[in-house]
Design a protein around this ligand. Structure first.
Ligand code: HEC
Ligand code: HEC
Ligand code: HEC
Ligand code: HEC
Ligand code: HEC
Ligand code: HEC
Length: 290
């Protein structure tokens, strides 16, 4: 705020100077000295307004004073909407959030702010697209409590559907009475950035219950990590769920596409990735609870 107060003061003083030194009918516009530093509009500049806002706890409200309550110009006559022309203007979600880029502009998937966002959120060749709400509380507007808070990192919570799907419920047609009910208890570890106990990554019937993928390590989703055994030789062997040999009930047959042809072909390429990791088992052409 301090920096802004100084800006404001300079602005007011310059108004006063102009109105005293010039004739009354000469309006005090345009103002010669800019209220903002030179680089305010230049992406990458240390004075860039995006950086300035970030350094001031993401408080956009202070801009409204001169740029209008709807950011459409106000007394400054410079509309934010000329550049931020998506719904919501500067307060629109896309102003600060871009898939594949974190709030600090990082793009490497090794960065925790980037991590596996892209693979979950964009056209994924291996599974259904996941929405923000599966892993975060999503704010309805930017000033909602809990959003843009002072915590160092973002809160990851699995309050939604996918991570919590139960399998082997007695009501399902494929109920196996010798197996337990698989009821996930999804958790995120913000120290080693792993998530565990999620339906999506293996906490399901005949899946790998203890799998704990690491958010910023792309080898975490290798075939066999969620169901099967990644150390095996072929894709079919890698992905085969637990059979009686390892305490499970899945048939010990490797020609997956014979029964799961809605999802994979005979080379185990995904023919419809949107049916994989979607919460339903696709078997013999039907999508069922299992
Ligand atoms: C001349 C065009 C232009 C105008 C006018 C403009 N912006 Fe921006 N703004 C940008 C660009 C470009 C970016 C950077 C986008 C990027 O990094 O990909 C940006 C970034 C931002 C960010 C995001 C910061 C971040 O690091 O994620 C905020 C918030 C923002 N502007 C608010 C405003 C507000 C409020 C106004 C009006 C008071 C405004 N902008 C006026 C072009 C503009
Ligand atoms: C005290 C009034 C005032 C406040 C507060 C203010 N601005 Fe401005 N802004 C102006 C005026 C006046 C201009 C017109 C051009 C100039 O004088 O730089 C302007 C111009 C701009 C421009 C265009 C700059 C250029 O080089 O063309 C951007 C971007 C901008 N403001 C962003 C913001 C953002 C973001 C905030 C909030 C952090 C903000 N402004 C707060 C008065 C203000
Ligand atoms: C002015 C910049 C800005 C805008 C605009 C913005 N956000 Fe955020 N968002 C943030 C910041 C800062 C965080 C906190 C990141 C952290 O804690 O490390 C955040 C965090 C999040 C998170 C992660 C969960 C959390 O609370 O930590 C989600 C999801 C999110 N925002 C969604 C949205 C949605 C949806 C919108 C539009 C309604 C939106 N954001 C608009 C800056 C913004
Ligand atoms: C599969 C789960 C998952 C999904 C889906 C997801 N996130 Fe995240 N998000 C995470 C994890 C994990 C982190 C890293 C948290 C940490 O740093 O410990 C994170 C971090 C963030 C951060 C803070 C990092 C930064 O600087 O940007 C923001 C903001 C965020 N997510 C917003 C979103 C938004 C917006 C969406 C939807 C467009 C989304 N996330 C979807 C899991 C997810
Ligand atoms: C002969 C038909 C058949 C073949 C071949 C087959 N499956 Fe299955 N699969 C099923 C049936 C039936 C179920 C549901 C069984 C149950 O839930 O008890 C199932 C369930 C699954 C499940 C959910 C977990 C479970 O066991 O319930 C996964 C994952 C799966 N199959 C993957 C594969 C993969 C990968 C292959 C190839 C390596 C494969 N299946 C080969 C019939 C088959
Ligand atoms: C990120 C975890 C994960 C990975 C990695 C994964 N799967 Fe799956 N897979 C699942 C889940 C969860 C199911 C349970 C059914 C569902 O939700 O679609 C499943 C089910 C299946 C099925 C049964 C049909 C169906 O409904 O989807 C086949 C076949 C299958 N996987 C093949 C593979 C193959 C082949 C690989 C490696 C190339 C693989 N999977 C890697 C999570 C995974």
């Amino acid at each position: 705020m301090k920096k802004l107060n100084i800006l404001l003061l300079t602005f007011i003083i310059s108004l006063l100077v102009i109105s005293c030194s010039k004739l009354k009918d000469e309006l005090p516009t345009p103002i010669e000295a800019s209220v903002h530093p030179e680089g305010f509009s230049k992406v990458g500049n240390s004075d860039f307004h995006g950086k300035f806002i970030q350094q001031h706890a993401w408080n956009l409200k202070m801009c409204k004073q001169c740029h209008g309550t709807n950011y459409n110009g106000g007394t400054s006559s410079v509309s934010c909407l000329s550049c931020h022309n998506n719904p919501g203007g500067p307060e629109g979600c896309g102003t600060c959030h871009e898939i594949g880029k974190d709030l600090n502009g990082n793009t490497s998937t090794a960065e925790r702010g980037v991590g596996a966002h892209t693979v979950h959120l964009l056209g994924n060749s291996k599974g259904k697209i996941v929405s923000c709400a599966e892993c975060h509380n999503v704010p309805a507007d930017i000033y909602q409590q809990g959003h843009m808070d002072t915590e160092a990192n973002s809160e990851v919570m699995f309050n939604s559907y996918f991570a919590n799907i139960k399998t082997n419920e007695p009501v399902t047609s494929d109920y196996d009475s010798q197996l337990q009910l698989f009821s996930p208890n999804p958790t995120y570890n913000s120290v080693n950035l792993s998530c565990s106990n999620t339906y999506c990554h293996g906490y399901f019937k005949n899946g790998n219950l203890t799998n704990a993928p690491v958010w910023n390590n792309s080898s975490s989703n290798a075939c066999g990590t969620c169901h099967g055994d990644p150390t095996k030789a072929t894709l079919a062997e890698k992905s085969l769920p637990k059979t009686t040999a390892n305490g499970g009930t899945h048939v010990n047959v490797l020609t997956c596409s014979n029964c799961h042809g809605g999802v994979v072909n005979s080379n185990l390429q995904f023919v419809d990735a949107s049916k994989h990791i979607d919460g339903k088992l696709n078997v013999f052409g039907n999508d069922i609870d299992f």
